[in-house]
Write a protein that binds this ligand. Structure first.
Ligand SMILES: *Cc1c(COP(=O)(O)O)cnc(C)c1O
Length: 500
């Protein structure tokens, strides 16, 4: 299997090359040239497999030139009891009959990003060895909060790599910020950007595609790559848990093999839900992929109208990891739905860059609507969902997962479709503890407490344990102090790397 650029001007490359490069030089994203399928027979067999075995099987289909031993080493090094605090890795919880929550946040940084970022560094070093790449790999990351920490944890002290993370200085939660600026490791760099996530992401994209930067790094024996979901090595491990959720539902007798389910994903950059789309293309029976947005509802409008328009004000919400107006991975979906029409995709992406909007053709729009459904939740609705679910089921949702639940309730009401449904739960409630506290604690319990004291109060009230990755964060030593304007990100990169 080869990988092509979605803009059609680069490729075909091997999986190892696509993962090493991260993004295609023509500005496009790497996409597999065909999508393997998984038979009903295999799905049945998987019922008796561990998460690690399922992951190895599925990833092998896309990583043809990796040996089974190499894949096994990547998978077992990532998904084990030292890194994950749940033996099932991505456990499925039944909230009420027909509605299941897949907890994707049992890794070291308490968000679903660990599912991919624990394995990506291993895939990357295996890839560079395979293609004989000897340059030092510089991982550049723009983060809306959770990718940054997960990437830092994944890449810390990985030989042959350095990692640089840019986060919106005023656009992440206190917990998220502390997680990043207290990061230890001898190859890690962190900077706050005076701007929002889109500014940080555009800055990183510009650095990636700047010939001048590429040449200057080359002279130092360095090459850039990406740990954002533009890297195929990020998406692939995410396909695994959707297939695994389906297999779990069959294995526990909630559904018959072949029966269609719905999947609800709280969405920002469209990476996580795109992985669910690939799972569907591989043969997992999925009726609807429900794209849940917060009030930055550019994707909801796109799915309902076929018009993508980022010309709107950027809202800061209590689900900050979804505060995004340019959803990079939509490009891959458009490439798939147009039958790999890279010319058309390039045209839309140019329009997006130049005017901030594009309109897809009728056929693409109707395909999108056949597969996807979308709505959004405002912050007040998100808080209400957290309160309601806690009161009714004694289950504590984080703000992002609560957006998904809120939108799912709207879907149920509007469509009456009561097929079995899986909600991707993307973060531990403690990661966004101060907002969650507002939804479940009384004003007296909240008054006068800072974000970290609120976590403690939340733990006491719910009887839950604060996860290891968040505990005592406020007492750790701050390691990183850099703050930059978006315009000066390139200089910051050079300075971090010790280049004049
Ligand atoms: C990153 C993130 C999202 C959004 O995922 P995308 O792949 O960007 O759509 C949702 N929730 C949480 C907690 C996240 O960290």
């Amino acid at each position: 299997m080869k990988y092509q650029s979605s803009r059609g001007k680069y490729g075909a490359v091997s999986a190892a090359q696509a993962i090493t490069m991260g993004i295609s030089p023509d500005g496009g994203l790497f996409v597999p040239d065909c999508i393997p399928s998984i038979s009903t027979e295999i799905l049945k067999q998987m019922e008796s497999w561990t998460y690690q075995q399922r992951a190895a099987y599925i990833m092998q289909l896309f990583l043809e030139e990796f040996s089974p031993e190499e894949i096994k080493a990547c998978v077992n090094g990532a998904y084990n009891e030292k890194k994950f605090d749940h033996p099932e890795i991505a456990p499925l919880i039944e909230l009420r009959p027909g509605l299941h929550i897949q907890e994707l946040w049992h890794g070291p940084t308490c968000a679903f990003k660990d599912m991919a970022l624990q394995v990506l560094p291993r895939l990357l070093t295996t890839s560079t060895n395979k293609i004989g790449e000897t340059s030092e790999i510089i991982i550049l990351v723009a983060t809306s909060g959770d990718t940054g920490k997960a990437a830092l944890e994944g890449f810390r002290d990985v030989a042959g790599t350095q990692i640089i993370v840019f986060f919106p200085q005023h656009g992440v939660s206190e917990v998220q910020k502390m997680q990043m600026i207290t990061q230890e490791g001898n190859n890690v760099h962190v900077a706050g950007v005076l701007g929002n996530f889109d500014d940080a992401q555009s800055g990183v994209k510009n650095i990636f595609t700047s010939n001048q930067v590429i040449e200057q790094l080359q002279q130092q024996g360095m090459k850039m790559s990406s740990a954002n979901s533009i890297n195929w090595g990020r998406l692939l491990p995410q396909i695994v848990y959707y297939i695994s959720a389906y297999v779990d539902l069959c294995q526990r007798g909630y559904i018959q093999v072949g029966e269609a389910i719905n999947i609800v994903v709280p969405t920002g950059n469209f990476g996580n839900i795109l992985a669910a789309y690939y799972a569907r293309r591989m043969g997992i029976p999925v009726k609807r992929l429900i794209c849940a947005a917060n009030s930055n509802n550019v994707l909801t409008d796109f799915i309902m109208t076929g018009v993508y328009d980022r010309n709107r004000s950027f809202e800061k919400t209590i689900s900050p990891s979804m505060d995004i107006l340019i959803s990079s991975n939509l490009e891959r979906l458009l490439y798939e739905l147009t039958g790999h029409d890279s010319q058309r995709v390039s045209q839309w992406m140019d329009e997006l860059k130049n005017t901030g909007r594009y309109t897809v053709n009728e056929l693409t729009r109707s395909q999108v609507q056949e597969i996807f459904w979308s709505d959004y939740a405002a912050d007040t609705e998100t808080l209400e969902s957290i309160t309601r679910v806690w009161d009714k089921y004694h289950y504590l949702l984080d703000t992002h997962t609560a957006v998904a639940l809120n939108v799912y309730d709207k879907y149920l009401q509007q469509t009456g479709d009561n097929s079995s449904t899986v909600i991707a739960s993307t973060a531990s409630p403690f990661k966004f503890g101060s907002s969650v506290a507002q939804a479940v604690l009384s004003p007296e319990q909240i008054e006068g407490k800072n974000e970290f004291e609120l976590l403690q109060a939340l733990a006491v009230y719910t009887g839950m344990v604060i996860p290891e990755g968040i505990k005592n964060l406020d007492k750790r030593k701050i390691q990183h102090h850099t703050v930059t304007s978006a315009a000066e990100m390139e200089e910051v990169v050079f300075s971090f790397l010790g280049i004049e």
